[in-house]
Ligand binder design. Structure first.
Ligand SMILES: C[S@@+](CC[C@H](N)C(=O)[O-])C[C@H]1O[C@@H](n2cnc3c(N)ncnc32)[C@H](O)[C@@H]1O
Length: 342
């Protein structure tokens, strides 16, 4: 067994204040369920810096590949001696520059590291937990705002789809992503227009096909990005049954956020999720997983777990799944739940 130390991104400490190490340890525990062998996590201080420590067999192969994606990992070290650390080269899935995730700034944005954490623990809850390392997954955020989850899914080389009611978010995302793809000179096609279903107009749609290089684009090794500006209750109609490997979303918190308009609060988070979860489950493949973050102050965790169970899902349980709650501000204690479709 070796001892490893993780230095967390300085921004993680800013965003989550004192909670970052606890969230990292809970995330490591979920990684450990998938690949085994990760144990004894705790926190240590060395030369004035704080690290998350764990023991594991020599980190290679899948274990290293998976851990490299930990949401707030900045640097990984193997402890050689009491005061000697050896840097371990990490190999995250990341395909693009991190500005894909950081350029957009707006009130109500879900922070990028937390979005990555939610995507990680959701993918790991799939019947095939290492699928994220093996193939491009198809990921949906059915309440996608201006696309933080879509961008993180792109980052991992996945196909991404999003649904969002607010037209202004659709427009802002369309502007951003087209500019980003053009600026980075990624070969792509983009189509947008009305979204129709059985001759009814449901909203608007944007479909992008892209590849990181011309050669990949020509060879058809492309990824897709779909955005639907409509009510999330239309998700199954629009995308069909069993369409997604993972559904990942940050639900409305039930509190007014900066520039957000009253429209989004027409339904309470409880009413929205009661109506939407069964629809989302239809769009999820058997063996797929769903991860939802929510405000514990407006929707208690137990109620959401019941709702997932009633929808035929199997919530992930275990002490570490109860370690993700963290305070965002006075009105929000954000937590997450993850469940699998049998
Ligand atoms: C917490 S925000 C998600 C923010 C997003 N993760 C981001 O970083 O941009 C929840 C989103 O759900 C959207 N929403 C609420 N009710 C909806 C509905 N019925 N259908 C589609 N979207 C809805 C809101 O407009 C809001 O953008």
């Amino acid at each position: 067994m070796s001892e490893y130390l993780i230095l967390q991104l300085p921004s993680a400490n800013r965003v989550y204040a004192d909670d970052a190490p606890r969230l990292m340890r809970a995330e490591l525990a979920v990684f450990g369920e998938a690949v085994g062998g990760i144990a004894d996590t705790d926190e240590v201080e060395l030369a004035g810096l704080h690290y998350v420590r764990f023991t594991a067999p020599e980190l290679t192969g899948d274990r290293l590949a998976l851990l490299s994606n930990a949401s707030s990992l900045y640097a990984l070290f193997q402890r050689v001696d009491e005061d000697l650390l050896r840097p371990v080269p990490i190999r995250p899935l990341d395909r693009f520059d991190s500005d894909l995730l950081t350029i957009q700034k707006y009130a109500g944005k879900t922070n990028e590291q937390f979005t990555r954490l939610l995507l990680n623990v959701t993918c790991l809850a799939m019947a095939e937990p290492l699928a994220m390392l093996r193939r491009p997954l198809r990921v949906l955020d059915p309440l996608c705002g201006r696309g933080t989850t879509l961008n993180q899914a792109m980052m991992y080389g996945f196909d991404a789809a999003g649904v969002e009611l607010a037209d202004r978010d659709f427009e802002a995302y369309e502007r951003f992503i087209k500019t980003w793809l053009r600026t980075k000179k990624f070969k792509h096609t983009a189509e947008s227009g009305p979204l129709r279903w059985q001759r009814h107009r449901l909203g608007r749609r944007l479909d992008i096909t892209y590849a990181p290089t011309k050669e990949e684009f020509k060879a058809g090794r492309t990824r897709t990005l779909s955005f639907r500006a409509t009510d999330t209750l239309h998700t199954a109609k629009i995308f069909g049954r069993n369409a997604f490997d993972a559904i990942v979303t940050d639900a409305p918190y039930g509190v007014q956020h900066g520039s957000r308009q009253a429209g989004e609060l027409q339904r309470s988070p409880r009413d929205l999720l009661s109506a939407a979860v069964p629809v989302w489950v239809t769009a999820l493949k058997p063996g797929g997983a769903i991860g939802i973050s929510f405000n514990d102050l407006t929707l208690p965790r137990g109620e959401l777990l019941d709702l997932l169970t009633r929808a035929g899902l199997k919530p992930r349980e275990g002490a570490h799944y109860e370690q993700f709650a963290h305070r965002v501000d006075n009105a929000i204690v954000r937590d997450l739940v993850v469940a699998t479709k049998p």
